[in-house]
Structures are given as C-alpha cells and as structure tokens.
Design a protein around this ligand. Structure first.
Ligand SMILES: [Zn+2]
Length: 190
C-alpha cells in the first residue's frame, strides 16, 4: 500500500484497529516516511442487487454516487457526514438482505426520502422536490403540509435549532434593495 500523502510504498504501520457493527475493519495507519496518518476501511463485500431504473435500464448500486446525491440535498445543513454515511450503509445493507438479483431503484429513493425525513426537514424537501418530480408550487405546498402535519403529530421534543447561520430556516432570501418597492411587505399579503 502507498502513502496517500508522500507516495512512499510499504512504509505504513498500523496504529489502531477497530471493528464496526457491519463486519468492517478500520485501520488507523501512519506513514514512516512522512509521519502523516490516515485511515483505511475494509468491508466484507456482499452481493448487492442491480437497480432497475424507471426507464428499464440496469445500474449497479454505487454508494459514492448515492452519498454525493444526498450531500447535495444536505448542503449547508447541520448534518454530520457520519449520518449520511450510515444512511447509505443502511440502504446498502437493506438491498443485500432483500436477496434478489435486481430491485427497483425506487427502493433506494424511498429509503433516502425516509432517512432524510428523520435527519433534516430542509434536506428532505430538497431531495423530495427532485425525487418526486414536484414541478409546481401546489404539489410542493402539499408536501410541506403533510410534512408539517407529521411534525405536529410528533409534538417535537426537539428544542430550538442551531440558529447558526443567517437565513437558516429555508426562507428564500428575497432581493433586499433591488425589487423591494415592487413587492408587498410579507405580512400584508394574503
Ligand atoms: Zn507518507
């Protein structure tokens, strides 16, 4: 194995080895040449079914691609990378336990939707708009209504959010200077 930093070959020593719940082995390694550290991860490869896309094409499950897709929906949201990884892990494990050669790619999309619903409402909305193909405001509003209904029925025990950034609540940042006089103030409408 090669050091990813300095490229030295066979200069790595294992500092630490840990096992995770999914038969994975993580090894913390240190390069004897440059002293930098990094981790490698070994995982047992089980057969993951092919995904049948809506147009009938077959596609191999690609965890990196799925992670990237989810990350786009989670951009600038307070979602730990570990949560995204474990969601993808959960999806892959589920696919493997179905025990079929092929499954509808919808299985994956539905699990992402459900997972994001747990993780972060804004990421969920972003993903759902694309995944469910919501192409007008009415259908987006219907989705928001059902989401808000869900939230109310859960009588959220969660406290106030992080409130770290400025407009973190998913509000569209309205043009402040440019079109201000052409738009009614937010409270006078409706
Ligand atoms: Zn090195």
């Amino acid at each position: 194995m090669q050091c990813p930093y300095c490229g030295a070959e066979n200069q790595l020593r294992v500092v630490d080895t840990t096992h995770d719940s999914d038969d994975g082995i993580r090894r913390r390694r240190e390069c004897k040449a440059c002293s930098r550290r990094f981790s490698t991860y070994e995982r047992v490869l089980r057969a993951t079914p092919m995904l049948i896309k809506s147009n009938g094409d077959r596609e191999a499950f690609d965890r990196e691609k799925l992670i990237r897709g989810i990350q786009i929906s989670c951009a600038k949201r307070p979602i730990p990378a570990a949560d995204i990884n474990s969601l993808v892990e959960e999806i892959e494990t589920h696919l493997q336990h179905i025990g079929q050669d092929e499954v509808s790619s919808r299985v994956v999309g539905d699990m992402v939707i459900e997972g994001l619903k747990r993780l972060d409402p804004i990421a969920y909305i972003r993903y759902a708009i694309v995944y469910l193909g919501l192409d007008n405001l009415t259908s987006v509003r219907d989705m928001l209504d059902s989401l808000l209904g869900d939230q109310q029925s859960h009588t959220n025990a969660k406290g106030s959010g992080a409130a770290s950034g400025a407009a973190d609540t998913g509000k569209r940042s309205a043009p402040t200077a440019a079109g201000s006089d052409s738009e009614p103030p937010p409270d006078s409408s409706s």
